[in-house]
Design a protein around this ligand. Structure first.
Ligand code: ZN
Length: 504
């Protein structure tokens, strides 16, 4: 079987989803997770775009091993030099340069002729190839470009040193059969094609990203660019979990395979949605909460008799274990540590102590602790930012005939502070009290409550997005009491804002 290389761009294209920005620590954590998943290449960012992007790419290239780290660059010398500067300590760094080849882009955006585009692509690839033999070239908007021109550019850039040729459906315009035919055409009409790997990068504007990627694989593409949960610009990118599980489930038909550890899919999906704040729709293929839920009696009956009657994939294959009941409040430090390791997290002694403490506090009020409960605590602790504001206790009153009031005791930069406020509801009152005590005036853009697991004793998880002076951050908090969860989420966001302010 031929190998399909998986190129994940969650950290670059995925981060371009509206509102999905990630900080350096979060990106690093995800990069480590991609190593665990055995992904082949990750695109860590666009180093020239900002100082922050540069630092993120450099941090990942410097410290993450066992994966190729790519950085994006336009066809400008400065972009390429900056990308290399960020990538150079990587194990097998890849410079990914791109230039549009469609008439629409060349005329309106680049204002360049075909000859100029061809010349610039070659010069840029040659420049990148001075740094590394691992150069990828993307013909932006390839699916709307004249195919013979793309062939001409690809042949020329192979000769200039590109070893991966990416054919993106930048606007999500292609149809599967048409897209497959284009890839087949490239394979036939580029004389030096056997010296390079053909890649595709599809967008989901018509809901066809996965279908188009599969059609391309059938036509000879050997690298697929994708993101976890399909996040990305506009309607998003090809979802990694979909392409990987489609190739695995229908290996009989496709005769190719990826080397992704599929058992890591579920945890990675949750990690991405927690970090970005972009929740996965329940009916999302592979990773949606309902992807393996059987509702109708006929289906349930069939599943009980024989799982394969209605299931084409085993939930265990994506890392969902049916039996996910974890430890109770009497569990010890060692057992908890073992469980944390089994879930794919690494914590140091200090983090373990804090996780244990919080775990016991939640287990005290909640009878059954699930993987998801532990994960919510872990995400918080592992991705912790320095704490300027800390909640000590809170009491909120609400009801149909009560004036909603909240009294908050907290620590503000090491000093205890207390205060209370009225609001339209208990959460509003709590947020007002916190804003007074911290002396902050951020704007709440988004507020969402969900329950981590089923049942009325489930932990509530609150996600907020707040803005201060143009900086937008996400805050998360979990607690069996939703007002407390909301307060934690709000404070988590304020701590992030404070951290960003201090690091500037
Ligand atoms: Zn894209």
């Amino acid at each position: 079987m031929d190998k399909i290389f998986i190129f994940d761009t969650t950290l670059r294209d995925g981060e371009q989803s509206p509102g999905a920005s990630m900080n350096m620590q979060e990106k690093f954590r995800l990069a480590q997770q991609f190593v665990k998943m055995n992904v082949d290449v990750i695109e860590a960012g666009f180093p020239v775009a900002s100082r922050g992007d540069f630092e993120c790419v450099k941090n990942i290239a410097d410290n993450v091993r066992g994966i190729q780290v790519a950085g994006l660059a336009r066809c400008h010398e400065r972009d390429i030099d900056t990308a290399w500067e960020a990538l150079k300590n990587g194990e097998n760094p890849r410079i990914h340069v791109f230039l549009a080849t469609s008439e629409i882009h060349m005329i309106h955006k680049l204002k360049m002729s075909r000859e100029q585009v061809l010349e610039l692509a070659v010069a840029s690839v040659r420049h990148a190839a001075q740094y590394t033999s691992n150069v990828e070239f993307s013909a932006e908007d390839a699916s709307r470009s004249e195919l013979d021109f793309v062939c001409e550019v690809f042949e020329a850039v192979i000769r200039a040193g590109a070893v991966t040729l990416n054919f993106p459906d930048t606007t999500g315009y292609a149809m599967p059969e048409e897209f497959g035919a284009k890839i087949r055409y490239l394979m036939k009409h580029i004389p030096s094609i056997d010296r390079a790997t053909v890649s595709v990068h599809c967008h989901n504007d018509l809901g066809l990203a996965t279908a188009n990627s599969l059609a391309a694989v059938q036509a000879g593409a050997r690298q697929v660019e994708c993101t976890i949960n399909g996040i990305g610009e506009r309607a998003g990118n090809t979802a990694m979990e979909e392409i990987v599980m489609a190739l695995r489930t229908r290996a009989d038909l496709l005769d190719v395979a990826t080397e992704v550890v599929t058992e890591q899919i579920s945890v990675t999906s949750r990690m991405v949605s927690t970090i970005t704040g972009m929740q996965v729709q329940p009916n999302k293929a592979i990773v949606g909460a309902n992807a393996f839920a059987h509702e109708s009696g006929i289906h349930q009956d069939g599943i009980l008799k024989e799982r394969t009657t209605y299931e084409i994939m085993n939930p265990c294959d994506i890392g969902l274990n049916q039996n996910n009941l974890v430890l109770g409040k009497h569990s010890g430090r060692h057992a908890l540590h073992e469980k944390i390791k089994a879930m794919g997290y690494t914590v140091n002694d200090e983090q373990l102590s804090r996780v244990l403490e919080r775990f016991k506090a939640v287990a005290d009020v909640k009878k059954e602790m699930f993987d998801e409960d532990l994960e919510a605590i872990l995400m918080d602790e592992v991705l912790r930012v320095p704490v300027s504001y800390e909640l000590l206790s809170l009491g909120a009153m609400s009801g149909s005939k009560t004036l909603p009031t909240s009294a908050v005791l907290m620590r503000v930069n090491g000093k205890e502070a207390r205060g209370c406020a009225l609001g339209v509801g208990p959460i509003d009152a709590t947020f007002r009290a916190i804003a007074q005590l911290t002396g902050t005036s951020s704007k709440l853009l988004y507020f969402a409550v969900s329950s981590i697991t089923g049942g009325t004793d489930a932990q509530g998880e609150v996600m907020v997005r707040i803005e201060d002076n143009g900086t937008v951050v996400l805050g998360k908090g979990a607690d069996p009491d939703i007002v407390t969860a909301a307060a934690k989420a709000y404070l988590n966001g304020l701590n992030r804002l404070q951290y960003l302010k201090n690091s500037k």
